[in-house]
Design a binder for this molecule. Sequence first.
Ligand code: HEC
Length: 146
Amino acid sequence: MLTAQALGTADLKTGKTVFNKSCGSCHKMYGEGGIVGPDLTGSNRTDPEYILMNVLEPSAEIQDDYKMVVINTRDGRTYSGNIISENQRQITMRIVGQDQVVINKSGILSREVTDVSMMPSGLFENLTQAEIVNLMAYLKTNKRVE
Ligand code: HEC
């Protein structure tokens, strides 16, 4: 499906739209996008294998900073996200799709660093073949797409 010909004739503009919808809430490309995951602009993204491996199995290889932390509090809440900062009294967490939360350490019942990525698996399952090809071509290009 990702032949050189398919990628060469793909629609980069649509690819960018797919990126913004499926990946942009967490990743930046050329300064636009979210900060939950690493900036992809300077990554190994021109290699389709690299993108595929990371999308199909996000938890296979995770840098420690991006491992999901799960905190349960005494008042019965569960927070899943990553820790942005921490002092003796409080933890500030980033939770996907929400504002940052500040949690008082005195209220914490349990805290666990999981081996799970904050990046969900199955992202390509909601995309059509054409959308995947366009997205891959967009990630591969070094041209800025407006
Ligand atoms: C809900 C947030 C989220 C979404 C949506 C998301 N990612 Fe990620 N992604 C992450 C996080 C967090 C990491 C770092 C941890 C890891 O490697 O699993 C990551 C890692 C990656 C990496 C490896 C980068 C590196 O430097 O190690 C690639 C490549 C990647 N994502 C591509 C994508 C693509 C392509 C999409 C859209 C189809 C996407 N991601 C959607 C959160 C997300």
